[in-house]
Design a binder for this molecule. Sequence first.
Ligand code: ADP
Ligand code: MG
Length: 360
Amino acid sequence: MSDALIEDPSPELCASKIFEISGTKLDPEVAADLWQKILQHKWLMSEKLGRDVGLRTACVDLLENMDQALREYMDYKRKDILVEMAAQRIGREKWDSISDSQPPKQLVQKRIILPLTEEDLSRKHGVTPPKTIIFFGPPGTGKTHFVKAIAGVLSWWYIEILPSMLMVDGVEKIGANLHTVMEKARNLEEAVIFIDEFEEIAASRDAATRIDKSITNEFLKQVPLLKNQGNKVLLVCATNYIRQLDAALLRPGRFDCIIPVGGLDEDGRRTILEQFLSRLNTENVDLNLIVKMTSRFTPADIEYLFQQVAQFAFEQEHARGQDYRVTTDTFIEILPNMRPSLTEETIEEFQKDSITYSRV
Ligand SMILES: Nc1ncnc2c1ncn2[C@@H]1O[C@H](COP(=O)(O)OP(=O)(O)O)[C@@H](O)[C@H]1O
Ligand SMILES: [Mg+2]
């Protein structure tokens, strides 16, 4: 889309242009707004007709069909933004495959999914559906997985923003890029915007450099703008290091929920182990034993374990030239070489953080 459409020409210039076209004098502010709409409509008509449409034609058409024209332009713009931001569709099976006992699934269902889907009931009881959320917890515990699953179960777009994407034009431009991204996000409908590694852009301003501070400040400006917009957009930020985030961001009013994502219980591990086992060539695997042997394993650790087992089975069959079945013994052979990511210390730290920072 041409930048000329997004540019903000001076009200005086717009007023004189509109006067030139229509012969009518308007208040400069009103003219500026109208002028922007005329330009947008000229662009839209030209796109649709495949030829350059004159200003006068666009102006007449806009005034005749104002509401429809504005809606159509927004739809066009939204499509552009979705492509630009690499929006993805996620199937609802991701949500269904998470064990009901795995925290924070039930919490997310109650605080996020239901208020967003049961709109009338929310309104009736004065429940405000959340718009801004933080997930925190040790690496590999499933934060990203949960965000994708939320987009899937809501049937909303999933848009991932990595700090590295905001840094493409150099660190000085992070704030400006964040501004642009959030402005685009505000125009979307039914989208989950996910900012991963949030501490990279929202670190504490005390410890931060001048540039970091300007980014956090930009974020503090953007959150209320997003929350005041009536569209269906959910901003989710994830971090492994909640302690590093700027305290100003964590104050009530900025993020609606701050949700811990921690280790798996036996049931949670069983569900994930079953899913991975179904992809292997197995025979007589004692699931209960493997559940016991994988205490403190994160979903990421379980995924790694299965990669190792799969590779092992593949090599065995390749070397021997006969069917190799993964059994309990295969796991007993491979598991001792693996260390779970969660240690007593990380679990203790996480529990402390959960008490200090959670807001659900
Ligand atoms: N409940 C789950 N069921 C199955 N796989 C999961 C689950 N949670 C996470 N995973 C997988 O484990 C890996 C790590 O999860 P991820 O969401 O990236 O963790 P985090 O974002 O907390 O670092 C990913 O490959 C993800 O697909
Ligand atoms: Mg992640």
